[in-house]
Each structure stands twice: as structure tokens, then as C-alpha cells.
Design a protein around this ligand. Sequence first.
Ligand code: SF4
Length: 365
Amino acid sequence: MPVTVPHMGNLAIPLKAMLEYVGLEVVLPPPCTKRTLSLGTQNSPEFACLPLKINLGNYIEARELGADTILMAGGLGPCRFGYYAQIQREILQDLGIDMKMVVLEPPDASIKDFLDDIRILANGQSWLTIIKAIQLAWYKAKAIDMVDIKLEETRPRQNHWSDADKIFDRFLRQVDQLNEKTDIYRAAERAVDEMSALPQDWHYEPIKIAIVGEIYTVLENFVNLGLEKHLGRMGVEAKRSIYLSEWINDHIFKGVLPLKSNKTLRKLASPYLNYFVGGHGWETVGSAVEAARDGADGVIQVAPLTCMPEIVAQAILPEISKDRNIPIMTLYVDEQTGEAGLVTRLEAFVDMIRRRKFIQEVSSK
Ligand code: SF4
């Protein structure tokens, strides 16, 4: 039963480790490309969310490599995520692609159901094995975030464009192969040290932009067209509102670990938004407030076109921008979005922030 999982940023690395630990064969889809997008788009309803289309492309490509079972998360709340699995199952059936779909109940809804699902998938392995498998996935997610945060800091300061990204890509290949906690953290520390040792301008003070919005578009580089890399190339430090380990802590460990949690962001969202609107809409509002509080120079909201929770958040962001005196831009992406258009919008936004900062500095002297 070769199992596959869809891509969302680097999430496949810890997931693969967890599934292999409980004895499953894992066949990952190739990294997302235009072909993935095209397979998903051709076979999905036009107005389906972009992540549904790309994940469908992932499944078709994983099937070509021999996967016969899909593991995916179920959804809850007022947005379309709850229908994903059913729609994708029916599309695959219509295409004559015979794949079993295992939908994990959202852990936020019932942690017991979530763990039971994992246990059934793991052919009744002991709870100890399952806990160790989840631990291994956690170490990998934490290590990836540690290096990812360093990457965000290094990009705008390095002298040779892409040096830090090369180190990060090499680290991802390494961490995928490692299975001991100490080896995983040692590899992460080595990658961080290598980035620190790169020739760079330590006196350069980059402008800081927070990236907030729908989690899939925030985490998946292919979908956001390399947003963070483009900002880094423009000398901007991009700071993501959510990292893999924080997502795991919130949704699987119920926020018990001492990391930033969605509870904090939801509190910060008040009084602008006081209830769950699906997806990450509530957190998007809280993240924008957090960015202003922490001294970011601007905020970029990124989301798939027609994403309902993010449309709700977008309607609130101008008020936050006015109250907190921080520029906020929204970027919607879909299969028609071109990289050149995105770069032009980013350049205009970054130029505006630089000019604004300059005027503020001059007038405060
Ligand atoms: S959060 Fe947005 S993109 Fe994700 S399923 Fe809901 S509506 Fe679609």
C-alpha cells in the first residue's frame, strides 16, 4: 500500500518520516511544477480553490509513480475545505484513477479520532511506536523552521544572491535522510552556521514585511511564486506569520507547547474580528495586528483567489492599516497569476515603504 501525501511547503518531509516510522511505504509526488498545476486545473471545477487543484495534480503525479493510497487532512468550518476530499475522490474516480483516500479527521475537532485514524493506517502498531513517529516528525519540522527563519534573515543581507537558498536546499535533502534527534538538530545548527558565515553586510538594516494569509499560499513557494525569495532579492526581510511547527503545535498538540499559537493571534484580532470565519482568516487579522505591534514596515496578505476566509480578513485589513499606521497589500493568486506581474507589484509596494520610511526619518530629525 504505497501512501502519498500532498505538498504544502516542506510538510511532506516530516509526514514522510512519520509514516515510514510506522512501517508504511511512502511515495511522494514530485515537487509542484507547471505540469502539476495543469493536471489539477484541467480536471477540477473552474471555481475550486487553487490548493484543491494543485493537490489533485500531486495525487495524479504520485499515482504515476506507484502510490495507491492518499493521506489527506479533513476540514471543518465555514469554508470549502470540508468538501475537498469528497470532490477530489469523485474527480479521481471520473478519471478512472483507482486510489484509496484516507481522510484524517481534523485534530482540532477530536484528537482521539485523529490518533485512531493514524493507528488504523499504521496497521495497529503500538501507541509507543506511533508517539515516537509523531516525535520524529516534530523534530524534523522544528529543525526545518530553525533553518528557514535563518534563511529569511540572511537573504536580504547576503552578497551573493541564492547562496543561503543553496544551503537550505542541501539541508532539506539531509534532514529527509536523518532519523535521530541529535543528528537532525546538528544538521540544522550546521546549516545555520554556514548561513552566518556567508559574506554579507551585517550593517544593512532591511525593511521588514510580514507575510500573512491562507496557510497553503503562505507556505508553498510554488503557489506564491517564490514571494519570499523575490522580497529577499529586493533587500527585504520577509517574516512569515506561521511556521510548520507552529501549525503542528496548534492543530495536533492543541497549542500545549510554548510556541506562538493561534490563540494569541485570535486575541490580537479583537476587536476587529472575534469569531472563526474558516481557514486562517481570523489569524490573518491577528497576524496583521501582531506585525504592526512588532515594528514591521508593511504587511502582505496572500491567498488563493476566491478564498472566503481571506476575503473576510481583507475587508478588515484597511481599518488595521489606518489605526496602526502600517501599509498592507493583498495578493490573490490563481492559475493565471504570472511571476512578472507579481514582481512588479512587489517592487511598487517595497518602493512605497522605503520612501515612506525615509520621509518619516527625515521629518523626525
Ligand atoms: S481556506 Fe480558502 S483556499 Fe482553503 S479551502 Fe477554504 S476557501 Fe479554499
